[in-house]
Design a protein around this ligand. Structure first.
Ligand code: NAD
Length: 482
């Protein structure tokens, strides 16, 4: 394993940020660089008292930022992030093993989130309703106004985008004058602290954001049930999402859970384009995106051609040392995850799938892998495989494609490769998902636009800056006699 690109690592000993105050604890969680296993940092294990203090301070603080001040803070944070792009990308790569190309891309996305949230903070989306609309109407008007929540927002995020997952919760909260207690994933917690400091530096009143880390078995229930919590926004796996749904009783819940997104390639598709989308959708971010291409459903008439191109593109991918700027794909989050992919791929091969590329593991590094002749009921296709695995399933016609696509518990997003309007209209109507992208990867979106899934992928309440801002507000109406 060559480490030529890695500078000596200074271990970051992080502190909690309780309303901006740095709090150290003797008990810590180690954060490791998945490529080498080296410890690159530690974060404190918060106590229950730490958690309660964070909520108490947040509850007692009533934000008064004007729309313009919120805009300024978010824009300034974006400028600071842009000026520290390289450093932040390095932290993301160190704690996640994502390659520099992926972590640089992620920092760019975070800037977009800040830009959209800043601009949206300037928009007053209040509505006016005239009341003289029916025979018993009156000459008055009902007005709506959005108010921040009375209580506090609990935000819990996964490991796969250490910056972007966090910023998608924090920026809309700032734009709406809310207070947040954030718990990033204990696997990738360091970037969240970097972001919090940037926001404080940009002028955010520290009472509006606390960042806590710890063992979820010790602190998560308090974050879900504390009486001062009004809303829980969670991104992560289905199992924990459903646990939260049952635990956080009478709290508003935004749950963005797992996915098993297909790319569906019809017989009229541009097969070269489809294979390019399939490979990038499957391997970007080491395959660890909720909207990664996790199943490739290909019409039997073009399947051989598609598979040949996919294998070529897969083998051309440069995977390995995450710090090497030429690397296209780094590691997955840890060795345990890589061993899991190895296991489900072995199981598929034993059940008749054909291995055409990859399936080589070294620690947390797992080669981009192509499996052909996969059956929809095999674990590798039925369950979410949160890694760089491309299972190809062949189908005969659109009915079968839709049936297979809808045949898992998930319903996040999808990609369809065709130019036929009759096919496109059927896919848009009949796929049970939150998004359908024609001739684009399932993950395609603007950071502003509505995003989120149904079935086991979520409750249908969306994220994306606009929708998150709506969820984070109470709508108050008032009426006036003119
Ligand atoms: P995870 O569910 O294991 O962990 C997510 C977060 O939940 C972490 O911060 C963890 O500490 C916390 N947690 C653990 N136990 C908890 C508990 N009892 N109560 C409350 N919180 C608890 O997910 P992960 O492995 O970090 O991320 C991968 C998963 O996230 C995949 O399934 C992926 O599809 C999903 N994901 C979904 C989206 C989306 O927008 N739909 C985006 C990215 C990732």
């Amino acid at each position: 394993m060559s480490l030529t690109q890695v500078k000596p690592i200074d271990i970051r000993r992080e502190a909690l940020r309780i309303a901006g105050e740095r709090v150290h604890r003797d008990e810590v969680i180690e954060v490791t660089y998945p490529y080498t296993g080296e410890v690159i940092g530690t974060v404190p294990k918060a106590t229950l008292d730490d958690i309660r203090r964070a909520y108490r301070i947040a509850r007692d603080y009533k934000p008064t930022l004007t729309r313009y001040e919120r805009y300024q803070i978010l824009m300034r944070a974006g400028e600071i992030i842009a000026s520290r792009l390289d450093e932040i990308s390095r932290v993301i790569t160190l704690e996640s093993g994502l390659c520099r190309k992926d972590s640089l891309y992620e920092v760019g996305r975070a800037s977009d989130v800040l830009l959209f949230a800043a601009n949206q903070a300037l928009v007053d989306d209040g509505a006016v309703f005239s009341c003289d609309l029916t025979h018993h109407g009156k000459s008055r008007k009902v007005y709506t106004t959005k108010e921040p929540l009375l209580g506090v927002i609990t935000a819990i995020t996964p490991f796969n985008h250490p910056l972007n997952q966090v910023i998608h919760k924090v920026a809309p909260a700032i734009a709406t004058n809310n207070r947040v207690v954030l718990k990033p994933s204990e696997k990738t917690p360091l970037t969240a602290f970097v972001l919090a400091d940037i926001l404080y530096e940009a002028g955010l009143p520290p009472q509006m954001l606390s960042v806590v880390t710890g063992d979820p078995r010790e602190i998560a229930d308090e974050m879900l049930t504390h009486p001062d919590v009004d809303l829980v926004t969670f991104t992560g796996g289905v199992a924990i999402g459903k646990y939260i749904a049952a635990k956080a009783v009478y709290k508003r819940q935004i749950l963005e859970l797992g996915g098993n997104d297909p790319i569906i390639v019809m017989e009229d598709a541009d097969v070269e384009e489809a294979a390019t989308l399939a490979a990038s959708g499957s391997y970007k971010n080491s395959g660890q995106r909720c909207t990664a291409v996790k199943r490739m459903l290909v019409h039997e008439k073009v399947a051989d051609q598609f598979v040949e191109l996919l294998v070529r593109k897969t083998k051309a991918l440069n995977y390995g040392d995450p710090m090497d700027p030429h690397t296209d794909m780094g590691t997955v989050i840890d060795e345990e995850a890589a061993i899991h992919f190895e296991r489900v791929v072995n199981e598929a091969i034993a059940d008749g799938a054909k291995l055409l590329a990859g399936h080589v593991r070294s620690g947390a590094l797992y080669a981009p892998t192509v499996l052909d002749h996969v059956k929809p009921e095999m674990t590798v296709a039925l369950q979410e495989t949160f890694g760089p695995v491309s299972p190809v399933i062949r189908f005969k016609d659109i009915d079968e494609a839709i049936r297979i696509s809808n045949g898992t518990a998930y319903g996040l997003s999808s990609s369809v490769c065709t130019n036929r309007l009759d096919y496109i209209t059927r896919f848009v109507r009949e796929l049970n998902v939150g998004s359908v992208n024609v001739r684009e990867v399932p993950g395609y979106r603007l950071e502003l636009t509505p995003f989120g899934g149904i079935k086991d992928s979520g409750l249908g309440y969306k994220e994306g800056v606009l929708e998150a801002m709506k969820s984070f507000c109470n709508t108050k109406t008032y009426s006036l006699p003119w």
